[in-house]
Ligand binder design. Structure first.
Ligand code: MG
Length: 347
């Protein structure tokens, strides 16, 4: 009798539990309303990579099919060892479908628990993003996210040889061998490292873009322009943070362009160089004017829900995209609007 009573109680509880679960309203995803209207754009009948084709460097520009000048806009992911939760195909697809990104950047951490500690784990995150970018017809930058890469040349060349063998025949992939060198010599430290990685990649992939870092956190592009790397389809990384870097850095970039090198902003923030501080929309708009005038491609830092103002997501935002407006930060909304306004929308 006692057992029967218990059994009935369990049965009743189970029925109630199932009923309650079923009667819960499905999670409502509110579509994000653009802050200002974006131009009407028909969905193009191709992907970005089908549309622009394999990228090449011609003079100080990046060009695609038919030598047309290409300017890409998209998002950089955050250090892979700390924000690996966003390195998945759903986020990449959401960045294409909702943000209109045509490029993403995998920032594979090297030090601080990154590739040097867990090569297979961190490498897999890069593979996941690259595979997702290929599936969505987007470009993808494979970034060796390191401030001391010249000390890790052996690990770096091993990694880039593997990437070049695996993906070198895919027009989607762009290599970035050295995120941000510190205040070290271009001629003695950074250039020899960049050249060694270029030469390694070119053993397996004769043509995909390689975007090289320069001293002072990838700001000394003018110094590199006076002492260029050797190879085809080589461009240089320019990084800026609008709250810190202003006209004087644009002047350095102009000097570099005038010397005939191509630039690509693989990373910039709307904030201070720390990644935090106020979002400086006025200065960022001056940068956008400069980048558009010179057709310089860019990725914004960063896809993260870290509590800092350059992160595009608030803490706890879904790790699979589908972000609603109250999950996107001030910087995130500002950057998303810029991308949606200016990029074509691709399949
Ligand atoms: Mg290739």
């Amino acid at each position: 009798m006692k057992i029967r009573k218990t059994t009935i109680a369990i049965l009743l509880f189970s029925v109630l539990f199932v009923f309650c679960k079923k009667s819960q309203a499905p999670e409502v995803i509110t579509p994000i309303t653009p802050i200002v209207p974006v131009p009407e754009k028909n969905l193009t009948n191709s992907t970005a990579v089908e549309y622009y084709g394999p990228l090449r460097v011609v003079g100080n520009k990046i060009v695609g099919t038919g030598d047309s000048i290409v300017q890409l806009r998209g998002m950089s992911f955050f250090w892979s060892q700390w924000m690996g939760k966003y390195y998945n195909a759903s986020v990449v697809k959401w960045l294409k479908d909702d943000w209109y990104c045509n490029v993403v950047r995998a920032a594979m951490a090297v030090e601080n628990g990154g590739y040097l500690t867990s090569p297979d784990t961190e490498k897999q995150k890069v593979f996941d993003l690259v595979d997702a970018a290929i599936a969505n017809g987007m470009y993808v930058i494979v970034d060796w996210h390191d401030h001391n890469a010249a000390d890790h040349l052996q690990a770096s060349t091993k990694f880039f040889a593997e990437i070049a063998k695996k993906y070198g025949d895919k027009p989607n992939v762009i290599y970035e061998p050295f995120n941000e060198p510190l205040q070290v010599s271009w001629a003695a430290v950074v250039k020899p490292y960049d050249q060694a990685v270029i030469d390694t990649i070119r053993k397996y992939d004769p043509d995909n873009l390689i975007i090289c870092g320069t001293p002072t956190w990838s700001q000394d592009v003018d110094i590199a322009a006076n002492d260029k790397l050797v190879g085809t389809n080589i461009a240089y990384t320019l990084h800026f943070y609008s709250g810190t870097h202003k006209q004087s850095l644009r002047d350095k970039a102009t000097a570099a362009l005038n010397k005939g090198i191509a630039l690509l902003v693989t990373e910039y923030g709307t904030t201070d160089a720390s990644g935090d501080g106020a979002v400086n929309e006025t200065e960022t708009n001056l940068w956008y004017n400069f980048l558009d005038a010179n057709k310089i491609s860019w990725c914004n830092w960063s896809v993260a829900d870290k509590a800092e103002s350059s992160a595009v997501l608030f803490t706890g935002a879904s790790t699979y995209g589908n972000w609603v407006i109250n999950q996107i930060t001030t910087s995130g909304a500002f950057v998303r609007q810029e991308i949606r306004t200016k990029n074509l929308r691709f399949k």
